[in-house]
Ligand binder design. Sequence first.
Ligand code: SF4
Length: 183
Amino acid sequence: MTIMDDTYVPPCANEPEAFLDERLQSPPTRTDMSRAEWERLTQQRADVHRYCAGCPYLVDCLYRAVVEVDVFGYAACTTEADRRQIRRKLGIEIMQPTAGPFASPRTGAGPIDHETVLALRQAHPNDTCIQLAQRLGCSTSTVKRHLRRARQAQSGMSPQESRTPTVEEVLDCFDELESRRIA
Ligand code: SF4
């Protein structure tokens, strides 16, 4: 039986900027950075991975971030791309608004409104998702998710499969991630 210390504060709550760093989601190429910057980013990624790996909330946090809430940033030893990969394997999709990692609030002005994203897309039809994200001050994946939701609504697709994966299924997919072996 795991005994939880009620006073435990997970590292993502203490150092949210390290977990919410956009460069962990969309890493710059090596040539875009100085050697020192590259080493700092590599170290940062290793640090957040180690923090999550040692966190008593890891399993709950991973399950929530994969199945229940589409969080922004690094969480439970996964990037946003890792979690999308797990969802693809599980055949699920979630549409909840973006939040921070398990125990910390999202920085900035809160979740981006769906209608705002669509209005901006209409106003700037030639913008890339990256440019739209910069205008909105959110992540590229948030923009893509809203645009995908709009496409699904147009085509009459259901935005979410009703099947709910088990914790074991999520952990099995997590164990298969390439990034699990890197950090
Ligand atoms: S993101 Fe999740 S697993 Fe990582 S430190 Fe925070 S609560 Fe723990």
